[in-house]
Design a protein around this ligand. Structure first.
Ligand code: SPD
Length: 278
């Protein structure tokens, strides 16, 4: 089949784009909250785009979903109740339910159309949503944490970028609510964008999380379709330390996460370390 000359382009900043050659647009809609597109790319398989921003692709999704899930779940000695805010594609849930300790995994996703489109066009990413331990709540994650105090061992904030419906998920008030919805030894992780192009945001988020939680830790992973490829996650913990309390691997068959990657992810280049200085 001849290669087409159609491209999806994400304007990552006003000076930076990523371009992916596509075969076709598979799906396009405007939901109650955002635009939702699915493209078939030639390099990375199907691509999910919300409000013009790359969310995930078939081929590189495992890096993000393994790292947002297995790092916190291997920091907690016995994670039973886990909450994902956002994450409607189901990738984080798929990784969470691999943990034998997990008894309940709640998905609080504001846009039910993301869940449905993911089941239809990304079945291998959404596969974990069918696990009987999963409780899917189509609801505002901020309201959900307000209403569930002291309930969770681990919370993951698998948000979109800090525009549109996700803006409130990058705020100190929200981190305080997450603190309150965790048990007394709970911990949380949020996806916190690229150290190359979101330095102000990372500095602010790290400082906000450090002002709410006794410990804050930033770690990195390499995700080719996200702006610059270098991606950050920020962890807030009440008690456990991600390196000193790291548990032996409880899951097998991961394609990015290993015990060594867990340790190495917290080793930061000085220009990233600098973003965590108060
Ligand atoms: N610009 C990329 C930010 C995407 C973060 N969330 C991705 C959702 C995948 N579950």
């Amino acid at each position: 089949m001849p290669k087409t000359d159609l491209w999806f382009t994400e304007l990552q900043t006003d000076k930076l784009t990523i371009g992916l050659r596509i075969n076709r647009t598979i799906h396009r809609e405007v939901t109650e909250f955002q635009t939702l597109d699915v493209f078939e790319t030639q390099q990375y398989g199907n691509l999910l785009v919300l409000d013009g921003c790359v969310m995930t692709t078939d081929k590189d999704e495992f890096v993000y979903h393994e790292m947002i899930s297995h790092v916190p779940l291997h920091t907690h000695p016995n994670p039973k109740n886990v909450l994902v805010i956002g994450g409607g594609d189901g990738g984080a849930i798929r990784e969470i339910v691999k943990h034998p300790t997990v008894e309940r995994a709640v998905l609080a996703e504001i846009d039910g159309r993301v869940i449905e489109a993911s089941k239809q066009y990304f079945p291998q990413i959404a596969s974990g949503l069918a696990d009987p331990r999963v409780d899917i709540q189509v609801t505002d994650g901020i309201q959900y944490v307000k209403d569930h105090k002291g309930e969770f061992d681990v919370v993951l904030v698998d948000s979109t970028d800090p525009v549109g419906p996700a803006v409130g998920l990058f705020a100190r008030d929200f981190y305080q609510m997450v603190f309150d919805c965790l048990k007394e030894d709970g911990l949380f992780v949020a996806q916190t964008e690229s150290p190359w192009v979101n330095q102000g945001l990372i500095r602010q988020v790290y400082s906000d999380i450090a002002s709410v939680f006794p410990q804050a830790h930033l770690y990195l992973a390499y995700i080719p379709t996200y702006p610059t490829g270098m991606w950050s996650f920020t962890m807030g913990t009440k008690q456990y330390h991600p390196l000193r309390d790291r548990q032996p691997a409880r899951v097998s068959g991961t394609k990015y996460y290993t015990e060594e990657i867990h340790q190495a992810a917290f080793v930061l280049p000085p220009f990233v370390q600098e973003l965590t200085r108060q």
